[in-house]
Design a protein around this ligand. Structure first.
Ligand code: PDD
Length: 275
């Protein structure tokens, strides 16, 4: 099956999809995005993803080029056309195309593109738990916007990978944990689920919200508040969540082993919340 792209209102083979050099996404990373995966062939939590896309658009004062029902229909059509068992849909909206200048024309029309690629099967090795590193929080104070401007994230993810680790955790000078480069962080202590509150310093993950909602249904006590690195290192379990990994148990942070170095029971229970 070919990987496909949605561009200029058409579905075409991915390798034939090109963006004009004056796209402000290319020039300035002036845009927003979503990553949506399918489960049992259906886009998982699509409504929540599209509502967040709208919030990101509002956050950067960008007029959406299509309504949420229209976007939903394009996504469903792309998934059908691609025909993969499970699909990873990448949706990007940039401010539009015009010669490079920091400010932009009021009349500029946003540019909508998508890609449809196979969603790789979950690597069972990851279920054994991963090691992560901590890195200084060097990002801006609107991390609640899902912006394509991700230079700090990619630099720190690269640092993690080059250190043989799976993720990097942003930690403030005050020792507060925020999130990973591409996922939210949780820990369990004394059967209670902790995660940093969804303020402007983290992306409020769709997976994060889903887990909190499911945990409440299953009677797991949960606390959203400022969380320190020190207490995370002493947690019973730690995990990272995102649409692409669901739940990734963390068994080592820098040189500290978490609990006994193996994923704990809550990580397994919560992983089973996913269809
Ligand atoms: N990233 N925090 C950051 C910084 C992220 O980039 C992501 C997801 C999340 C988790 O969000 P969600 O549960 O809605 O996927 C949190 C996507 C997967 C990416 O950039 O590829």
């Amino acid at each position: 099956m070919p990987e496909i792209a949605y561009i200029n209102n058409n579905f075409i083979p991915l390798e034939k999809a090109f963006i004009p050099i004056n796209d402000r996404g290319y020039l300035f990373a002036d845009g927003i995005y979503e990553v949506i995966v399918t489960r049992n062939g259906k886009p998982f939590l699509i409504k929540e993803h599209l509502e967040r896309l709208q919030r990101s658009a509002d956050g950067i004062i960008l007029e959406m080029p299509a309504s949420l029902p229209e976007l939903s229909e394009i996504i469903e059509t792309g998934i059908r056309k691609a025909g993969f068992t499970e699909t990873m849909v990448y949706v990007q909206i940039t401010r539009g195309i015009e010669p490079r200048r920091h400010n932009y024309s009021a009349k500029l029309r946003a540019n909508l593109t998508m890609t449809f690629r196979p969603h790789p099967e979950y690597d069972p090795q990851l279920a054994q738990g991963v090691s992560i590193i901590t890195v200084p929080e060097i990002r801006w104070s609107r991390c609640d916007i899902k912006s394509i401007s991700l230079l700090p994230n990619i630099m720190m993810k690269q640092r993690a990978v080059e250190s043989g680790c799976q993720e990097a955790l942003f930690v403030t000078e005050e020792g507060l944990i925020h999130e990973g480069t591409a996922g939210n962080i949780f820990f369990i202590k004394n059967k209670t689920l902790y995660t940093p509150q969804a303020d402007q310093y983290i992306l409020n993950g769709i997976t994060r919200s889903y887990i909190l909602q499911q945990a409440a249904i299953h009677g797991i006590k949960q606390i959203e508040r400022e969380c320190t690195l020190q207490e995370t290192l002493k947690a019973d379990e730690v995990f990272i969540t995102s649409s692409t990994v669901d739940l990734l148990p963390v068994v080592k942070i820098d040189d500290s082993t978490i609990a006994n170095g193996h994923p704990g029971p809550f990580s397994k229970v919560i992983k089973n919340f996913f269809p």
